[in-house]
Design a protein around this ligand. Structure first.
Ligand code: WT7
Length: 632
């Protein structure tokens, strides 16, 4: 097993080693995994191309290390616990042996469909245990999975499938979420109609048994193909730098890009971070409430915990069904020891009052985690006091899809915690703050742009099919640095606080959204001439989506707003629908024709008095009229 930090001195010592000799440090951690063939070099890198390689020429398989490696001593230990949406439905669990067998069956079925090493598979499934099984089955045969969050639209599936040139889509029939029974297969059908020409097979898992349309040419039932397979499937020998998965994420321009992670580095880093951030001990029950559609779910529901031989709980439902006590009921039911969720969920539950967490026995909880967006002070205290009863340290973990695993975090029981501060770098992570010219700011008690100086094993390798975009986005702003796109503050003692994105990316309920992407969707409405989207502070979601829309041939009313929302839901998904739509007659533009978003952001945030200098605007008169019509 990878090293587990014991105390503050140990953290400091490991951190020092990791900076002074990164190769030696990661070599030692990597040696705790199974290498079918040893690597001959730990790391090779430059941030100019960029080119980053870890564990060069090493041969391994991540599903082998998640499953087979544990069979000698943990065959009967629970690997995955699954809690259904309906509290009265049957919960299930899989031991390491059972999970191994199910993964092998699924892997054999995929092979029968001609899926092999390097083939891309799109996965569009709700939070069923089968989703974790599919990920591991792909890993086992070397197929590259790309999970598309189950709330995204048909268009979003088609875009990703076409970009990845996937041979297969795996989905379910329906998705049970709270009171809703949401069609899933029907969305895939629509995606297949508008694109997805590379897809040969759609494998459908029957979840609710509701009606579905069927095409004998491509559609296959899971229950016809998977259960009758052999429970043995040799793990494909993968090169450490072979593609492991693609996960699409939004940027400040254009369509979402496919962040590429490779096998070896991701294995080492996801396990190392999991064990240290959550201080997982044998016998603990660990629960991350994220969706596997996001990087948090990949690294901290599936790979990190299973690599560490942990018992990981998966939950199908939502925090407020049947009521706002569900999370706490589940914590009590399973005696959860580490609970990991997002600030949005905490704020939403906090709004329902203290009585819900008070009703349940939460004494098993040792560590509370937060991820995905800044956690405000009020939510931090509520989580700390009402859920953790002041006894469970909060780990405010910072990372990004591109990072593969947690970068900055407190260590529970080891370092201190401070509300709103993600605090300290993981061993192996060298964060620095720079000013806008890229000059490092060395003092404390400052704000700056957050960059990382040295690669870590699970840094993204490229953006799928477009390496230049990867270089441009992360490695071109500042020479020899990975730029996160986030601003951060460093306090007197060196703790880091993430302030938020400094680019045109917004974070809505922990979901990352490109303003350009939402604008492009809005502009698909035939009556929209132009639009501009910005984020604004939202009490529950962290940031809300504020859209300014120009139209001349439509009545500017709620009916039109609904139509715009429907277009956005169709193009991206319901999570991208604007919270506010303000109709305007013009947008503030510079002389070169660029929208001045700074002005729009201030107006949407009710800070019109802080707009500042407008002399570079071509049409300053429009600002006054937008201010008059502001809707928040
Ligand atoms: C962006 C990455 C981390 C997995 C889920 C989101 C923001 C993430 C924190 C935190 C403040 C945070 C950043 C980052 N973010 N964690 N603890 N405190 N901000 O992954 O969708 O790739 O988004 O989320 O702005 O850049 P993602």
């Amino acid at each position: 097993m990878t090293t587990q930090i014991k105390d503050l001195a140990h953290y400091k010592e490991l951190y020092k080693q990791s900076v002074e000799n990164p190769e030696q440090f990661w070599d030692k951690e990597a040696q705790t995994f199974t290498w079918f063939e040893q690597y001959d070099k730990v790391c090779e890198w430059n941030f100019t191309e960029p080119k980053v390689k870890w564990f060069i020429n090493g041969k391994m398989n991540i599903s082998y290390d998640c499953l087979d490696r544990h069979l000698p001593d943990k065959a009967d230990q629970v690997a995955i616990l699954w809690e259904p949406n309906e509290p009265t439905d049957q919960a299930t669990s899989y031991t390491y042996q059972e999970l191994h067998d199910e993964v092998c069956k699924c892997a054999n079925a995929l092979k029968n469909f001609g899926i092999g090493k390097g083939d891309r598979v799109i996965i569009y499934m709700p939070m069923l245990a089968e989703l974790a099984i599919v990920l591991l089955a792909c890993s086992r045969i070397g197929a590259v999975h790309s999970v598309v969050y189950c709330g995204f639209s048909a268009q979003a599936i088609a875009d990703r499938t076409d970009d990845a040139q996937a041979k297969m889509i795996i989905c379910s029939d329906y998705n049970k979420r709270g009171h809703k029974n949401i069609p899933v297969k029907a969305v895939v059908d629509e995606a297949m109609n508008i694109g997805c020409n590379s897809v040969e097979t759609v494998l459908v898992h029957k979840n609710t048994g509701g009606e579905v349309n069927w095409s004998d040419d491509v559609d296959r039932w899971w229950h016809d193909e998977v259960p009758n397979q052999s429970p043995f499937c040799a793990a494909e020998e993968m090169d450490a730098e072979d593609l492991h998965f693609i996960l699409y994420t939004s940027g400040s321009t254009g369509k979402p890009k496919g962040v590429v992670h490779t096998c070896g580095g991701y294995m080492v880093y996801s396990c190392f971070t999991f064990r240290n951030v959550f201080q997982y001990k044998p016998g603990d029950i660990y629960w991350c409430s994220a969706d596997i559609g996001w990087i948090t779910g990949h690294s901290y529901i599936v790979y990190g915990p299973l690599l560490a031989g942990a018992s990981s709980l998966m939950f199908e439902g939502v925090p407020t069904y049947p009521d706002a006590g569900r999370f706490w009921e589940v914590c009590e039911k399973y005696k959860v020891n580490q609970f990991y969720t997002a600030p949005t969920a905490i704020r939403a539950l906090m709004a329902h009052g203290d009585s819900f967490p008070a009703k349940y026995d939460l004494s098993s909880i040792k560590v509370l985690g937060s991820v995905g967006e800044p956690i405000n002070e009020e939510a931090w205290h509520w989580y700390n006091d009402k859920v953790g009863k002041g006894k469970a340290p909060i780990v405010d973990t910072y990372f990004q899809t591109e990072n593969g695993g947690i970068m900055i975090t407190p260590f529970p029981g080891i370092t201190d915690t401070k509300p709103t501060y993600a605090s300290y770098p993981m061993p192996g992570i060298q964060p620095i703050l720079v000013d806008k010219d890229g000059k490092e700011i060395k003092e404390n008690n400052v704000e700056g742009l957050l960059c990382i100086k040295h690669p870590w094993p699970s840094i993204l390798r490229t953006t799928y099919g477009d390496h230049e975009r990867c270089r441009q986005t992360y490695f071109s702003t500042f020479k020899n640095l990975y730029f996160t796109g986030d601003g951060a503050r460093r306090d007197e003692e060196g703790r880091l606080r993430i302030i938020g994105r400094v680019d045109d990316v917004i974070n809505v309920s922990g979901h990352r959204m490109g303003t350009a992407e939402v604008e492009n969707a809005i502009n698909e409405h035939p009556s929209v001439i132009e639009s501009a989207v910005v984020g604004y502070p939202h009490p529950i979601k962290g940031q809300g989506i504020y859209a300014y829309v120009i139209s001349v041939d439509k009545e500017l009313n709620d009916e039109f707003r609904k139509e715009i929302n429907a277009v956005v839901a169709r193009e991206i998904g319901p999570i991208a629908k604007p919270d506010v739509i303000q109709f305007v007659t013009g947008l503030p533009k510079t002389r070169s024709g660029k929208i001045m978003r700074r002005v729009l952001r201030k107006i949407a945030s009710n800070e019109a008095d802080k707009i500042g200098d407008l002399t570079t605007l071509r049409n300053p008169e429009v600002v006054e009229s937008i201010k008059q019509g502001v809707l928040v």
